[in-house]
Design a protein around this ligand. Structure first.
Ligand SMILES: *[C@@H]1O[C@H](CO)[C@@H](O)[C@H](O)[C@H]1NC(C)=O
Ligand SMILES: *[C@@H]1O[C@H](CO)[C@@H](O)[C@H](O)[C@H]1NC(C)=O
Ligand SMILES: *[C@@H]1O[C@H](CO)[C@@H](O)[C@H](O)[C@H]1NC(C)=O
Ligand SMILES: *[C@@H]1O[C@H](CO)[C@@H](O)[C@H](O)[C@H]1NC(C)=O
Ligand SMILES: *[C@@H]1O[C@H](CO)[C@@H](O)[C@H](O)[C@H]1NC(C)=O
Length: 380
């Protein structure tokens, strides 16, 4: 008992000061595993399953220690809701299949600086301006692309002078996977396994609107909560390509059954979409001009991010697997260095990272963050 308490204190101290190292011995990790299961309300169906997950947890503890060592304190990594997923499981369940960024015809791109923002300030943040809805949680499926798309549209809706509104991500997940993108079936093939925001804008354009989050709630990835979800692949789901689908909405609660155009937010119409050039100075200026922007990146090493400016030792600029929302930028300065960063809204809940957000290095195309910058265009 006393020993348990001591371990708890050590664990709590590590958590609260975000200090680099977790104890790696068997006793300590067993104990941390029990605490972690309590904190995240995780129950395993069998002892065997629990032992398997414990082994993953133990190896993640070592992995996190290694991450903190090699990043020398610039970025801090720690335990979070993904602590019982191996990096491979994390990639296949939470992230999207890695793909190169699509390139669009040149007329799609906004290339220059915004004439209103030629002189960039040191920092800028749409969250401080009250223009960003609360951080959501995609659960344990790869629906990030739908969050990134819908949150960009939420920003555009506010920019047009409307009140802040949580829009339906589930509508896009359910319905976009049934939508024929003229042969480009990236979104349809794998349903919840990920798509591209630029295709999702096209779905919203065609659909004619979006319901609110409250009217068409999110039910994906809630772990098959009894009665609400079951294994139910989207129309056109390719088992060979995507493997066994994870739990998501029951077909009786799918797009066709749930969508109600009468409930579309009145006046909200996506009429087009644009992409922004890769130059990060231009992106910052356009972020200020346009509003929060949809972006994509290689997020393989983001699993255990806790805080700081993310600048991973390994990262691909060309294999993207996660879509998020760019909301601001700034520069972290101390006596010895000055680190320009992007502030990014994630969809992994508020307990993850810096209250659901993360910051990542700006100016060197880190993790391809500048290669798939897009925005919806709303009807005025
Ligand atoms: C948006 O949803 C969050 C819960 O995710 C809620 O706390 C907030 O009040 C909602 N905002 C609006 C404007 O409806
Ligand atoms: C489909 O992909 C092709 C080639 O990548 C592209 O030329 C075409 O515009 C895309 N169509 C749509 C509807 O996105
Ligand atoms: C499913 O994906 C596999 C592998 O990419 C492909 O060979 C097959 O043609 C696809 N099936 C359908 C029905 O699209
Ligand atoms: C789907 O949901 C309905 C009620 O919403 C239920 O009657 C049915 O059994 C569910 N189907 C599956 C496969 O879970
Ligand atoms: C990015 O754009 C800015 C402003 O137009 C320009 O000064 C800068 O040279 C560009 N950077 C690169 C790498 O092209």
């Amino acid at each position: 008992m006393e020993r348990g308490c001591l371990h708890f204190l050590i664990y709590a101290a590590l958590i609260s000061i975000g200090l680099a190292r977790y104890a790696e011995d068997e006793d300590s990790t067993r104990h941390m595993f029990r605490l972690w299961c309590q904190e995240y309300k995780v129950f395993y169906k069998s002892h065997t399953m629990m032992e398997e997950k414990y082994a993953v947890f133990h190896s993640n503890i070592k992995h996190i220690n290694w991450l903190n060592d090699v990043h020398g304190g610039d970025t801090e990594f720690g335990l979070n809701q993904f602590a019982d997923l191996s990096p491979e499981e994390f990639s296949s369940k939470i992230l999207m299949p890695r793909r190169p960024a699509p390139v669009f015809e040149s007329t799609r791109y906004i290339r220059g600086m915004s004439s209103n923002f030629m002189d960039l300030p040191d920092s800028f943040d749409w969250v401080d301006k009250g223009r960003v809805t609360p951080v959501k949680d995609q659960g344990d499926v790869g629906t990030c692309w739908a969050f990134s798309t819908v949150e960009n549209i939420e920003g555009q809706w506010i920019q047009e002078g409307h009140p802040m509104t949580n829009l339906s991500v589930e509508q896009v997940v359910d319905c976009d996977s049934m939508f024929d993108h003229g042969g480009n079936t990236t979104n349809a093939d794998c349903g919840v396994f990920g798509g591209w925001p630029y295709l999702a804008y096209q779905y919203v354009m065609k659909a004619g609107g979006l319901e609110t989050w409250e009217d068409y709630g999110y039910c994906c990835g809630l772990g098959g909560k009894p009665g609400t979800c079951s294994i139910c692949p989207a129309a056109g789901y390719n088992w060979t390509l995507c493997g066994q689908p994870t739990w998501f909405c029951n077909m009786t609660q799918s797009c066709a059954a749930k969508i109600d155009p009468k409930k579309f937010v009145p006046g909200l119409k996506v009429v087009d979409w644009r992409a922004v050039d890769q130059n990060e100075t231009v992106i910052a200026s356009q972020l200020m001009e346009i509003g929060p922007l949809s972006v994509a990146m290689d997020a393989t090493m983001l699993q255990f991010y806790k805080k700081g400016v993310f600048n991973p030792v390994f990262c691909s600029k060309t294999a993207l697997d996660h879509a998020i929302l760019l909301v601001g930028f700034g520069t972290e300065k101390d006596l010895f260095s000055s680190k320009p960063y992007w502030k990014v809204k994630n969809s992994w809940g508020t307990k993850w990272g810096e209250n659901g957000y993360f910051r990542m290095a700006r100016g060197a195309g880190i993790c391809g963050i500048n290669t798939q910058v897009t925005t919806a265009v709303l009807q005025k």
